[in-house]
Design a protein around this ligand. Structure first.
Ligand code: ADP
Ligand code: NA
Length: 330
């Protein structure tokens, strides 16, 4: 049938944080009826930086539970673990062979992650090719991602076009869909940095999806703002902290900017703003945390859901991989 295909991935490393929810997961949940969805827990991507094996195994299950808890319905979308479908690693190799290395060396995320590291894995450089394979194996039309992944989706397009040019029409050329709001939730301790799982262990940086209400309140109360008291959206760098809190409030409540600003027109300073933001975040995250805990009680049932997801993914990715190999003379 005519539903558009959507592919999106999320890494099982670090604690899932509010930016992941607002910039990715919430949108997936809201639109799961409209599209044919493939949501992949990208454990192979996590290996591009050092991981503790038992911890990675735990994080993979934990993230799966979080996705189901947040409202993704296994009847409506295919949720699976990347390493369970071997076509992903194979597609990466095949696409490596049509990807100029200069394309990878230019990626800003690679440059940022490689900076100041004594040793960087080949996998870290190759990450965007693995990601291109993830997307192209499903002939996905749309790739919903946060702003931080825009360049990688562009690269996937370039690789698809280059492959189609060399070997004939094989891939759908995907487009990145950046959520208009919530594309970039910033760190609460430093609003010049995006909130990230990778820094979620740093005090005050992130709201983690599993934080209890007290912790959420504490983190938001401590959020960096400015010396002013005007509560309005702004793209001035020095007002980034307040803008970030307002952005979170807007997405969680589903209100528009004018309505949000009107609501805070009579507020007494940033303290009121922070209390209200904490309130709506706690309200949104509490039922998710409770469902998560229930799902983690029955790991076998969770694993069965993931097995079913992998079978469904394989039924699309397997034939596509065969087609790629055929085109290339394998
Ligand atoms: P993280 O940086 O937290 O490790 P990932 O790289 O695993 O996140 O990305 C998972 C999804 O969450 C991607 O779609 C990414 O664009 C989105 N995302 C991550 N951080 C943010 C953020 N601070 N604001 C909005 N979206 C984000
Ligand atoms: Na990351």
């Amino acid at each position: 049938e005519g539903k558009r295909r959507v592919f999106s991935g999320i890494q099982p490393s670090g604690d899932v944080q509010l930016g992941n929810y607002i910039g990715a997961i919430k949108g997936w949940v809201d639109r799961q009826e409209e599209k044919e969805n493939y949501f992949c827990i990208v454990d192979l991507h996590a290996l591009t930086v050092p991981q503790e094996p038992d911890e990675l195994r735990h994080q993979t299950r934990s993230l799966a539970a979080m996705l189901f808890a947040a409202g993704l319905d296994p009847e409506k979308c295919t949720i699976f673990v990347q390493s369970h479908v071997t076509a992903h690693a194979e597609a990466c190799w095949l696409l490596n062979c049509v990807t100029p290395i200069g394309w990878l060396e230019r990626m800003t995320q690679f440059k940022a992650k490689a900076e100041n590291q004594e040793s960087v894995s080949t996998g870290l450089l190759d990450y965007p090719v693995l990601m291109a394979g993830d997307i192209l194996l499903y002939d996905a039309h749309e790739v919903p991602v946060g702003e931080d992944q825009r360049q990688h989706v562009e690269l996937a397009r370039d690789i698809a076009q280059r492959f189609n040019h060399i070997y004939g029409d094989t891939f759908v050329v995907p487009v990145g869909v950046i959520p208009e709001i919530g594309g970039r939730v910033m760190g609460l301790n430093d609003p010049t940095m995006k909130m990230s799982k990778s820094y979620a262990h740093i005090r005050g940086h992130a709201i983690r999806m599993l934080d209890d209400p007290k912790e959420i309140e504490r983190t938001i109360k401590r959020a960096v703002t400015d010396t002013g008291n005007e509560i309005r959206f702004s793209d001035e760098p020095e007002r980034a902290g307040v803008n970030n809190l307002l952005g979170i409030y807007k997405v969680i409540t589903g209100m528009d900017e004018a309505a949000v600003e009107a609501e805070f027109a009579n507020a007494r300073g940033y303290g009121d703003l922070k209390s209200r933001v904490a309130e709506v975040v706690v309200e949104a995250l509490t039922p998710i945390r409770e469902r998560y805990e229930a799902l983690m009680q029955d790991v076998d049932a969770l694993d069965r859901l993931l097995e079913r997801g992998a079978e469904r993914a394989q039924s699309v990715a397997g034939p596509k991989l065969d087609e790629i190999k055929q085109s290339m003379g394998l």
